[in-house]
Write a protein that binds this ligand. Structure first.
Ligand code: C2E
Ligand code: CA
Ligand code: CA
Ligand code: CA
Length: 277
C-alpha cells in the first residue's frame, strides 16, 4: 500500500471508521481532481414554455474521474463544501462557464445567459466579488451574459451580508437569481427589499404537481409573489406536459427540466442550437 503521511495516520488510528477512511480517500482524490482539472460542465437549457425557445442555460458541474467515470455533484459537492475545496472547484466552474459563454457568442450560437451555481462557502468568502471580476477579465466574458444562483436558505441566514453582496453583483451587471425558492420561507417584505432579479421555483414543489394540492397552492403563491414584485421566474424540475401547462396557466412562462432536456455536454449544446437555427 501507498505510505503517504496522511494514509499512514489513518491506517494506525484505531478510532478511524471505514466511513472516515473512505472520506479521506475521496478527499485525496478530490485534491487530485482540482490539480488536474477533472471537472466538466454540463449545461441544461431553460425554455420559454409557450414558444418552446431556449432562454438561458444552467451550468452544472460533473467530476470526470479517470477510473470511476462521471461522478454527479451530490457525491462530491457536500465534502468539497465541508473541506473548503469547493472554493477551488468554484473557481474552475466559474472560469469554464464564462469561457463557454464567450465561445458560444463568438461563434454566434447564443445570446442567452448562463447561470452559475454559487455554494454557501463560496458566497460567504470575502473574495467572491474579486473572483467574479477576475474571471470576467480573464475570459473576456461580459457581466450581462452571466447569472449567479444563490440558494434561498443562504440569503436568509445572513440577510444584510447577502443584500450587500447581491447588490454589488447587480451593480456589476450580473443577474442575481434565487435558487430552490420556496424552501426557505422568505417573507414578502424580505423579498421586496432583497436585490434580486429572478426566482427559481424549487423542484420539490414542481414534482408533485398536479397531484398534491398544497404544492399547487404554494407554487401559485410563489408565482404571484414574483409577478407582483416584477421578478423574473422559472420553474425547475419540470418533467411533464401537465406541469408545464400548470406553470403557463398560473403565470410562470419559463421552465427547466427533463421534459425539455437534461443537462448536456458543451458539444451537444452547440449541436442543439445549430439544429434550432
Ligand atoms: P440545483 O442547483 O438545484 O440543480 C438542479 C438539479 O436538478 C441538477 O442536478 C439537474 O440535473 C437536476 N434536474 C434538472 N431537471 C430535472 C428534472 O426534470 N427532474 C429532476 N428530478 N431533476 C432535474 P445535478 O446536476 O445533479 O446537481 C445537483 C446539485 O448540485 C445542484 O442542485 C447544485 O446544488 C449542486 N451543483 C451542481 N453544479 C454545481 C456547481 O457548479 N457549483 C455548485 N456550487 N453546486 C453545484
Ligand atoms: Ca441551481
Ligand atoms: Ca435548484
Ligand atoms: Ca436543489
Amino acid at each position: 500500500a501507498k505510505a503517504s503521511g496522511r494514509n499512514n495516520y489513518a491506517f494506525y488510528d484505531p478510532e478511524m471508521t471505514e466511513k472516515a477512511l473512505y472520506r479521506l480517500e475521496v478527499e485525496e482524490n478530490l485534491r487530485e481532481a482540482i490539480k488536474h482539472r477533472q471537472f466538466v460542465m454540463h449545461y441544461q437549457p431553460q425554455y420559454d414554455i409557450a414558444e418552446g425557445k431556449i432562454t438561458g442555460f444552467e451550468a452544472l458541474v460533473r467530476w470526470q474521474h479517470p477510473e470511476k467515470g462521471m461522478i454527479p455533484p451530490i457525491d462530491f459537492i457536500p465534502l468539497a463544501e465541508d473541506t473548503g475545496m469547493i472554493i477551488h472547484i468554484g473557481q474552475q466552474v466559474m472560469f469554464d462557464a464564462m469561457l463557454a459563454a464567450v465561445n458560444w457568442r463568438k461563434s454566434g450560437i447564443i445570446d442567452q445567459r448562463i447561470a452559475i451555481n454559487v455554494s454557501a462557502r463560496q458566497f460567504q468568502d470575502e473574495r467572491l466579488l474579486e473572483l467574479v471580476e477576475d474571471s470576467l477579465m480573464a475570459t473576456g466574458c461580459q457581466p450581462e451574459w452571466i447569472e449567479l444562483e444563490i440558494t434561498e436558505s443562504l440569503v436568509l441566514s445572513d440577510y444584510d451580508y447577502a443584500a450587500n453582496v447581491l447588490s454589488a453583483l447587480q451593480k456589476m451587471g450580473i443577474t442575481v437569481s434565487i435558487d430552490d425558492f420556496g424552501t426557505g420561507y422568505s417573507s414578502l417584505a424580505e423579498l421586496k427589499r432583497m436585490p434580486i432579479d429572478k426566482l427559481k421555483i424549487d423542484q420539490s414543489f414542481v414534482r408533485n404537481i398536479p397531484e398534491e394540492r398544497e404544492d399547487c397552492e404554494i407554487t401559485r403563491a410563489i408565482i404571484s409573489m414574483a409577478n407582483s414584485l416584477g421578478l423574473d421566474l422559472i420553474a425547475e424540475g419540470v418533467e411533464t406536459e401537465q406541469q408545464a401547462q400548470f406553470m403557463v396557466e398560473n403565470g410562470c412562462q419559463k421552465a427547466q427540466g427533463y421534459l425539455y432536456s437534461k443537462p448536456l455536454p458543451e458539444e451537444e449544446i452547440i449541436q442543439l442550437l445549430g439544429r434550432s437555427h
